[in-house]
Design a protein around this ligand. Structure first.
Ligand SMILES: C[S@@+](CC[C@H](N)C(=O)[O-])C[C@H]1O[C@@H](n2cnc3c(N)ncnc32)[C@H](O)[C@@H]1O
Length: 319
């Protein structure tokens, strides 16, 4: 049976951003100290890493198989691994807030991002989600990313290039607003992902670009954004009824008989919404259940679903 070190390096044409085998100069490593502090740096021959726990030489790391501990000059130990994608995106430089790994995983799964897919995203922000999208579509797919702030696009480009080690062949980054850029490009897409303040402004552009059966997914931080986006998609009429959810991840402490949920938890990141594009001229089936009384009552001022039954309007506004 081959030992754990016998696999060859991951082929560069896979564009995984992952290496196997001994650590090499130019690669990034992640050090974890005994207090849980993390340090990420690029291995450079002859260079020295300094922290409040002393120093260590990069040359002492280069050439070793990852997964080892190394003492620092003033005692204490560091655990050394290559960073995982989920670790890289939360420690890389940020322009805008990133999509957290738990949500990237949901987006990849629930938007059914597949190898070879054509995916459009906006905004690119710091490029965290872009890394996951490129991993999922692979070199035969295409990710077209729009970002209207050039300084964020620069951060994203540096992060994505660092993760994959070179310019990913499936990625194109355009500076500008998705609503204008996507329409002007004439690009069609299997999947479109909106992570921005006002995704409802993009619904018309998205509906023109998305293939029949394609998936629109939005990532929004607040309930007011969630409501406005969903009602805009409903009012458009060319999508299935949107599905909204959030994911909560809770760590567990497991030690002997002390088995309990962890004390800390990331309570909220954002909500996710998906809807599928209907074929041109087709309307999504009407909902069987009528909206709750008051759902679209006098206090509601937003967009109205195209299939709102007339009796609801009469009941709500009749007196
Ligand atoms: C929260 S960040 C995106 C984070 C990114 N998804 C990540 O994982 O790193 C939102 C970004 O959307 C950009 N943005 C907002 N509206 C946009 C639009 N209509 N077109 C293009 N970019 C937009 C903003 O400039 C900002 O950088």
């Amino acid at each position: 049976m081959p030992d754990a070190t016998s696999l060859p390096d991951v082929p560069p044409e896979a564009w995984s951003g992952v290496h196997r085998g001994p650590l090499r100069a130019g690669e990034w490593v992640r050090l974890l100290d005994q207090k849980g502090r993390r340090h990420n740096f690029e291995l450079v021959p002859g260079k020295r890493f300094f922290s409040n726990r002393g120093h260590l030489d990069h040359d002492d790391l280069i050439g070793r198989e990852e997964g080892f501990t190394i003492p620092s000059s003033v005692g204490g130990e560091y655990l050394v691994f290559r960073p995982l994608l989920s670790e890289f995106v939360v420690s890389m430089p940020r322009g805008a807030a990133v999509v957290y790994p738990k949500d990237s995983a949901q987006i990849i799964a629930m938007a059914d991002i597949f190898p070879g897919a054509v995916v459009v995203e906006a905004g690119v922000g710091s490029g965290a989600l872009t890394c996951s999208l490129l991993r999922a579509v692979g070199p035969l797919g295409r990710v077209l990313s729009f970002e209207r702030r050039e300084e964020f696009a620069d951060v994203a480009r540096a992060n994505v290039t660092q993760f994959f080690g070179a310019d990913h062949p499936a990625w194109e980054l355009r500076i500008g607003d998705l609503t204008e850029g996507l329409t002007a490009s004439g690009q069609r897409a299997d999947r479109i992902i909106l992570d921005m303040l006002a995704p409802w402004e993009c619904v018309d552009a998205v509906s023109d670009a998305l293939m029949p059966g394609g998936i629109l997914i939005a990532y929004v931080a607040t309930t007011t954004q969630l409501s406005r986006f969903i009602e805009t998609v409903r009012a458009h009429g060319g999508f299935t009824d949107p599905h909204a959810w959030e994911s909560l991840v809770r760590d567990w402490h497991v030690e002997g008989l002390a088995v309990r949920p962890g004390h800390k938890m990331m309570g909220h990141t954002a909500f996710l919404v998906t809807a599928r594009r209907m074929a041109p001229g087709e309307q999504a089936p009407r909902k069987k259940r009528r909206p709750a009384p008051g759902a679209y009552g006098v206090d509601y001022t937003g967009p109205r679903p195209v299939d709102l039954p007339p009796q609801v309007l009469e009941e709500e506004f009749g007196d």
